[in-house]
Each structure stands twice: as structure tokens, then as C-alpha cells.
Write a protein that binds this ligand. Structure first.
Ligand SMILES: Cc1cc2nc3c(=O)[nH]c(=O)nc-3n(C[C@H](O)[C@H](O)[C@H](O)COP(=O)(O)O)c2cc1C
Length: 325
């Protein structure tokens, strides 16, 4: 496995619980890391940099208490920052990462060498979200430690490439960590991703219906009741192509057969959330009222705690590896 040296021996399963706007919170991160997978959250899930710093301090304290009481080293945790001119908090949030030596930064949109250097200055690791080889090469030039290939069927801002082809293309020029994301929901699928030559899996949707996830209970139930056919991939809601639960799009007042042309570019931050009210009768807000999920929802049939879910994933992963050997 091409893992950053800082992560070797720290994971019970090669999985990142992906950052999710308005969904990932400290409780999820702490439970994920205690169970041995990388827990993450978007800095934008707190409305201010001060609030974001409080979450970082809370997570660090809980993980160090866990280590002291159990004698077990938890998995590292990470933060997602959207590197884009419409995000006014980039510098301030980055300073918090450096101050508290956050082990992992996941960047979306921009891959910037000065950001990577800032995280490397204290021994941290940077993974960058990409949907194709062109953006992967740019991120490699910026010096990132890992590429997260976000493929077709992912929750959030999904890509369009088939996962086999995406891993193959990224591996052809990148020999550091490759993480695959999109539609991955079971331990067997984690094993399949390892067979493809990727090192880690990033799973978002799979964690939305866990007990610790703070989203609306109706959102969790809709995930449990739905399958891949209930997902619509459209740029009409947030201005860039993303996956949403059809029923929540309809509940918001949209006509699925006549979705509007995109009129905003919503990168998914609290600022854009406040600003974004569609013209006409639809006033629902993407992410908050119009719910995102990926094709992997078919595998989600009940609400589990994070510990139960990770146990289930680990057992499916081990069984699949046994079958292969
Ligand atoms: C509700 C939701 C919100 C998301 N918000 C973000 C985000 O703020 N930043 C980000 O980089 N990715 C975000 N994503 C994408 C995830 O980090 C991850 O790439 C994706 O969930 C993987 O696909 P999967 O959902 O099929 O597992 C979001 C995904 C979902 C489902």
C-alpha cells in the first residue's frame, strides 16, 4: 500500500469517512477514529473559524483521552477546506490547521502548493479531490500526498468517470496514495478497490444513516428506503453537477422533468447556503433541504451506530479477502 508514513499502522480498515457539508460533526469523527478509520469534516460545517477551532480542540481532546484510557492509538483525523476565491476563510482556517497540527487536510477545487507546504511544515498530509487525470496532474504538481478519485455515482459533487478507468488513469502517473470515492458501501467493495490498485476508500453516503450523523431523521429514512434509481445527477440545484435524492428535489418544488438551467455556483459553504434562494416558488436550500446521496444507497437498509457499521465493513472486507486468496 502506498500510504503516507504517518498513517501506517494506524488504520483498522483502509477507509476514510468522507467530509460531508452539514453532516459530518465531531461526534462522527471521534467515533470513526476510535474504531480505526480516518474521520473527517468540512471546516465550513462551523459558521466561523472560531467555531471550527473549537471542534478541532474537542476532537483532539477526545482522541487523546481515548488513547490514555484504552492504550490504543486512534486513527488520524482530517479537515476539508474548499480552496476557491468564493471561500473567504481559506487563510484563517488553514492557520488553525497549522496551529493544532491537524493530521490530514482534504482540499477540494484548488490544489495550491503554498497550502500543501503549510500542512507539510508540521508533518501533516494533504489529499486532493479530483474527477479526472488533468486535475490529478495539477494536484501532483502542487505536491499533494494523495489523490481522491471521485467517480460516477458519488454523493455530493460526483464525477462522471467509471472507477476502474479513473484509478487506472491516476495510477499511470501518480505513485503516492490513491483513494477511490463514489458508490462504495460494503466491505466487499473496499476489497475490490484494493484489487484495482487504490490504497484507500473514501465513503460519504454510507455514513449518513448512522446514529451519530446529525442530519434530519427523514433524510436518513429516505436513504434507507431508496435505491440508485432514486438519485438524480444534476447541476440545476447547486450550479455544479451533484447527486441528490429525487424525492427531496420534488419535495422542494422542482419538476424533475423540467429542471431549471443552473443560475448559481454553490460550492457548498455556509455563506453560499445563506445566499442561495432560488427565484420563483422554490426557496429550499441545497444540502439543507435538498438532500444529497450517491448510488451506494441500495446497500443501506437500516440505521447503525458507527461502531456497528465499521464492524460490518471489516467483516465483509475480511471475508472478501479470504475468498480471493
Ligand atoms: C451530503 C454530502 C455532502 C458532501 N459535502 C462535501 C463537502 O463539503 N466537501 C467535499 O469535499 N466533499 C463533500 N461530499 C463528497 C464526499 O466527501 C465524498 O467524496 C462522497 O460522499 C463519496 O461518494 P459516496 O457518497 O458515494 O460514498 C459530500 C457528499 C455528501 C453525500
Amino acid at each position: 500500500m502506498a500510504l503516507p508514513p504517518q498513517f501506517i499502522g494506524r488504520l483498522s480498515l483502509p477507509v476514510i469517512s468522507a467530509p460531508m457539508f452539514l453532516a459530518s460533526n465531531p461526534q462522527m469523527v471521534i467515533e470513526n477514529c476510535k474504531a480505526g478509520i480516518i474521520g473527517t469534516f468540512p471546516a465550513a460545517n462551523q459558521r466561523t473559524t472560531e467555531g471550527f477551532e473549537q471542534w478541532v480542540v474537542e476532537i483532539k481532546q477526545a482522541l487523546s483521552d481515548f488513547e490514555a484510557s484504552s492504550g490504543k492509538q486512534p486513527a488520524p483525523f482530517g479537515v476539508n477546506i474548499i480552496i476557491h476565491k468564493t471561500n473567504p476563510r481559506v487563510e484563517a482556517d488553514l492557520a488553525i490547521l497549522v496551529k493544532h497540527q491537524v493530521p490530514l487536510l482534504i482540499t477540494s477545487l484548488g490544489a495550491v502548493a503554498s497550502v500543501v507546504d503549510a500542512v507539510h511544515s508540521y508533518g501533516g498530509v494533504v489529499f486532493h479531490d479530483v474527477t479526472n487525470a488533468k486535475h490529478g496532474k495539477k494536484a501532483m504538481q502542487a505536491g499533494v500526498d494523495g489523490l481522491i478519485g471521485v467517480c460516477a455515482g458519488a454523493g455530493g459533487h460526483a464525477g462522471t468517470m467509471h472507477p476502474f478507468a479513473l484509478v487506472q488513469e491516476l495510477r499511470s502517473f501518480f505513485d503516492k496514495t490513491i483513494i477511490l470515492a463514489g458508490g462504495i458501501s460494503t466491505g466487499e467493495e473496499i476489497a475490490a478497490v484494493r484489487c484495482l490498485g487504490a490504497d484507500l476508500v473514501s465513503m460519504g453516503t454510507r455514513f449518513l444513516a448512522t446514529s451519530e450523523c446529525p442530519v434530519n431523521p427523514d433524510y436518513k429514512q429516505m436513504i434507507i428506503d431508496s435505491s440508485a434509481a432514486d438519485i438524480v445527477y444534476t447541476d440545476a440545484i447547486s450550479g455544479v453537477p451533484a447527486s441528490f435524492l429525487k424525492q427531496s428535489v420534488e419535495n422542494a418544488g422542482y419538476d424533475l422533468n423540467n429542471l431549471p438551467k443552473p443560475d448559481v455556483f454553490d460550492i457548498g459553504t455556509e455563506t453560499s447556503l445563506d445566499d442561495h434562494v432560488k427565484e420563483g416558488e422554490v426557496t429550499a436550500k441545497p444540502w439543507k433541504d435538498i438532500w444529497s446521496a450517491g448510488h451506494g444507497i441500495s446497500a443501506i437498509t437500516e440505521q447503525l451506530t458507527i461502531a456497528q457499521l465499521i464492524d460490518q465493513l471489516a467483516s465483509g472486507y475480511q471475508q472478501a479477502l479470504k475468498r480471493l486468496s
